[in-house]
Design a protein around this ligand. Structure first.
Ligand SMILES: [Zn+2]
Length: 327
């Protein structure tokens, strides 16, 4: 399976509707906490993670993909501005739901659906600033990262990079876009600070740059000659920088996936030594690592039929077995 990591800025963002949790939400929150928290100790908010409308990259999630992501994002933590060191400033998703917005249509004329999540932050001193920012709407954008199995052409259904159609162009009155299908992992979501219009501007030109560069690459791929102006060269260098950053993100993702596979391998008692597993993992592709992770998780779930995965980070000193699923 082809695997592609995608990072998307959500269209809707954060809406702090009802900052006190319902009884059910509090129950879900307490599945993740070390000690029982009261309603007054948590800040709960809604956030739109993604939708099925065509984004600035000319791509969109299919409605089926949104329903897959609905399962994948539960329990995932959100960090502030892609900075994993801001460890205390993390929010966690406790529930997700695909919602239709009646009367609204996507750019392709389909009914509009979005993936909404409820997330919480403990009301600690360290989080006070972030909570105030969320409340006042200064921080309201989020971006999400996930891995999808396929990006298909909306016109012909082929893998987008293999067919002759181009994102953003119309064919017989139909807009071509990349359809993000079969997501199999959701690995992060982040708050994006947006007071800076500068930032929005940078993102925009950055996207156009990528489109142009993709066009140039496609031409080169077809064996056509390309004349580059000084500005194009400059853009090409910028594009290479972007790719370098994506590669870095990929390495980070691969490393965390490998660590997870190693932990799971030990937890399900495969009998394979950590050293051997580590060596094998090194030669695996990300898709293969993902396959191992899924298989191990399944095995672990079968070993512990009464413990749903929701257990996540809950620690209970009462259970001697706890260490086994506290992975
Ligand atoms: Zn096509």
């Amino acid at each position: 399976m082809q695997q592609t990591d995608v990072k998307k800025q959500a269209a809707g963002g954060v809406s702090p509707e009802g900052s006190a949790p319902t009884a059910e939400e509090l129950r879900l929150i307490n599945l993740y906490t070390r000690r029982e928290l009261t309603a007054g100790e948590v800040y709960v908010f809604s956030v739109t993670l993604c939708d099925n409308d065509v984004d600035r990259d000319g791509e969109r999630f299919t409605v089926e993909a949104l329903f897959e992501l609905e399962k994948l994002f539960v329990g995932k933590t959100g960090i502030f501005d892609h900075n994993p060191s801001a460890k205390n400033q993390t929010a966690r998703i406790i529930s997700c739901r695909v919602e239709a917005e009646s009367g609204r249509e996507t750019a392709t004329g389909d009914d509009y659906f979005c993936l909404k999540a409820r997330a919480y932050l403990p009301r600690t001193e360290g989080n006070a600033e972030l909570i105030a920012a969320l409340d006042s709407g200064i921080v309201k954008e989020v971006s999400v990262g996930c891995a999808v199995g396929h990006i298909r052409c909306s016109i012909c259904g082929e893998e987008l990079h293999r067919c002759a159609h181009h994102k953003g162009e119309e064919y017989g009155g139909e807009l071509c876009c990349g359809e993000l299908c079969d997501p199999y992992d959701a690995y992060e979501w982040s708050f994006v600070a947006v007071p800076a219009q500068k930032r929005a501007g940078v993102t925009k030109s950055h996207d156009r740059k990528e489109d142009n560069m993709e066009g140039i690459m496609k031409k080169l791929g077809r064996g056509q000659s390309v004349t580059l102006s000084d500005r194009d060269c400059e853009k090409l260098l910028g594009y290479i920088d972007t790719l370098k950053q994506s590669a870095k993100d990929g390495v980070f993702y691969r490393d965390s996936l490998t660590a997870e596979v190693l932990r799971l391998s030990a937890a399900v008692k495969t009998g394979i030594s950590a050293e051997t597993m580590e060596n094998v993992a090194k030669s695996m592709s990300v898709a293969q690592l993902q396959e191992f992770k899924t298989a191990f998780e399944k095995q672990r779930a079968e070993m512990l039929p009464l413990q749903p995965q929701l257990c996540g980070e809950k620690q209970s000193p009462k259970s001697a077995l706890n260490g086994q699923y506290n992975i």
